[in-house]
Design a protein around this ligand. Structure first.
Ligand code: ME8
Length: 516
């Protein structure tokens, strides 16, 4: 077993009722950047994503598509799997809830909850939203002008359901949940979400219906197969299925409790109330942290199937480039806040942050090196105050980024990196290495070495966000493949190393002229 520290990070598992849009890509992208950062920082990372394939919503959409639910799930799940390749995600596992290992884990968890006295048989009569796969109290719904009743929080239509059901004794867990939140102040983030959950739990919890009898597409309840498990009990269990539950040795012992579940703000309650309660009732430790990010709109509008304005991440990558899209999504909106997807903003960032700032810094530095230093890493002489200022800033970035990643402040990490890029560009202007070529070649070499080292440090840290482009920049800087993790952050470039011919990495985006 590795002596590295383990780190387990998960995305939500996505419903297969529809193909992925930019919102799904966003959550997985954030997890990917975090997983890559931790790997580079020497952790033994397990990064899990996958698809949520049971429940009434999937049963209904498969029927609407004229397919059996399994064939339908197979087909749509594949679109999420192929998005992994398109977006350059690096998961260590891709789980599907229709796998046999998952059914076994759900049933084992159910037996535990039952044996603990936390599951009892009864009858559910109340409101249910298929779109959210959620039960709502009447007070959480309202009737619209069209006469339809909807969940106030999500806008999903609710229907009245009355059926035999098993219940989880959630009402008995309120105090223990509050004690867990109290003892683990980092469990729910950001702070605004934590407050929201605290007030929900303090207001008193109702027992939760955890089985359904009016449809069939789910994991059968052990010993009572008329019932299928409530899809959220089924779905949440995926995080421990992946670790081999109910076998508590091996991966569960190593990676559980999960370090981080990243979710959208829409599903915070499931992850921070139901999930820890199920786990505690089954004698399993709750996860360490749940981070809920915000919601993307499209040019000011809510993204929805009925509006037909879902943004296809595959098309986006085709049009603007993979790393460009990855950068924009994580830079544009403070992680945790809501944001608006706007093409002008995307193009603006591609041209200013990537082409003009980062790309130009690399390109002008490396082309002067190619022209003046025989295409080799120049030798450094004594450092001036200006050199030390830039190098000092670049050296401090790793410690700063570790703190930002601890808080999932991905946008702040990028802001700090780009401030250093701006500093470096000002340094080039002030030092004017092209002018030193004739007057003071030794000083010119020092300036170029300082720039190359600053670019190297920044680029090592940009890797989790833009793996492809940074690999090309590191190639051009002559950084060997085994000197690209953070253990090599302080391994400086040796003078004299031969460099490949530089070429631009971040082209400007020019909008194609409308036809005609
Ligand atoms: O809720 N902006 O699956 P789901 C930002 N299967 N993020 C968005 C988004 C948007 N407009 N739209 C979707 C489910 N997301 C359950 C999860 S986990 C045990 C089960 C992201 O397919 C965001 O992360 O509806 C949200 O939480 C998730 O997709 C919901 O995906």
């Amino acid at each position: 077993m590795s002596d590295k520290r383990p780190f387990y990070v998960t995305t939500p598992i996505y419903y297969v009722n529809d193909v992925p849009h930019v919102g799904h890509a966003y959550t997985s992208l954030a997890c990917d950047a975090i997983a890559r950062f931790k790997r580079l920082d020497g952790y033994d990372v397990h990064f899990l994503t996958g698809t949520d394939e049971h429940g009434q919503k999937i049963e209904k959409s498969s029927a609407a598509a004229g397919m059996g639910p399994q064939a339908y799930a197979d087909k749509v799940s594949e679109t999420f799997r192929s998005l992994v390749g398109t977006m350059g995600f690096s998961p260590d596992g891709f789980i599907r809830t229709t796998e046999a290992r998952h059914r076994a884990a759900c049933q084992a968890l159910w037996e535990k909850l039952k044996a603990a006295g936390d599951i009892y048989e009864g009858k559910y009569a109340g409101w249910y939203a298929v779109r959210d796969e959620a039960f709502y109290a009447e007070s959480e719904t309202e009737k619209g002008p069209d006469g339809a009743r909807r969940a106030t929080a999500s806008g999903a239509e609710v229907e009245w359901v009355e059926e035999p059901s098993y219940f989880f004794r959630l009402s008995a867990w309120g105090e223990r949940l509050l004690a867990y939140y109290e003892a683990n102040p980092r469990f729910i983030a950001p702070e605004s979400r934590r407050n929201e959950v605290l007030s929900f739990v303090r207001s008193g919890l109702q027992d939760l219906s955890v089985s359904r009898t009016s449809f069939k597409w789910g994991v059968p309840v052990p010993g009572d197969p008329k019932h299928v498990m409530y899809v959220w009990l089924d779905a949440l269990t995926n995080y421990i299925t992946e670790c081999g539950y109910p076998d508590t040795t091996h991966r569960l012992a190593r990676f559980w409790p999960a370090d981080l579940h990243v979710v959208g703000k829409d599903i915070i309650r499931f992850h921070t109330v139901y999930w820890p309660a199920f786990l505690m009732a089954a004698g399993v430790a709750p996860p360490r942290r749940v981070y809920a990010h915000g919601w993307w709109t499209n040019e000011g509008q809510k993204i929805s199937k009925s509006l037909g304005n879902a943004i296809d991440p595959v098309a986006l990558v085709g049009e603007y480039g993979l790393d460009q899209v990855r950068y924009f999504l994580l830079r544009e909106v403070p992680f945790g806040a809501d944001g608006d997807f706007n093409r002008r903003a995307l193009i603006g960032r591609i041209n200013s942050d990537l082409a003009n700032a980062y790309g130009n810094l690399c390109q002008r530095t490396l082309s002067i090196v190619a022209k003046n230093c025989n295409g080799r890493v120049p030798a450094r002489g004594p450092a001036t105050e200006a050199d030390e200022a830039l190098l000092g800033r670049a050296r401090s970035l790793l410690a700063t980024l570790r703190d930002e990643f601890e808080e999932q402040a991905l946008h702040r990490a990028l802001i700090g990196l780009w401030e250093t890029i701006a500093d470096a560009n000002r340094y080039v202007d002030a030092q004017a290495p092209w002018a030193l070529a004739k007057t003071d070649p030794a000083r010119r070499d020092t300036v170029l070495w300082v720039l190359m080292d600053a670019i190297r440090r920044v680029t090592l840290l940009v890797q989790p966000f833009m793996p492809g482009s940074t690999a090309r920049i590191l190639d051009q800087l002559g950084v060997p493949a085994d000197k690209r993790d953070f253990a090599a952050f302080d391994v400086e470039l040796p003078a004299g190393r031969e460099l490949p011919t530089p070429s631009g990495v971040f082209p400007r985006h020019i909008e194609p002229k409308p036809a005609g």
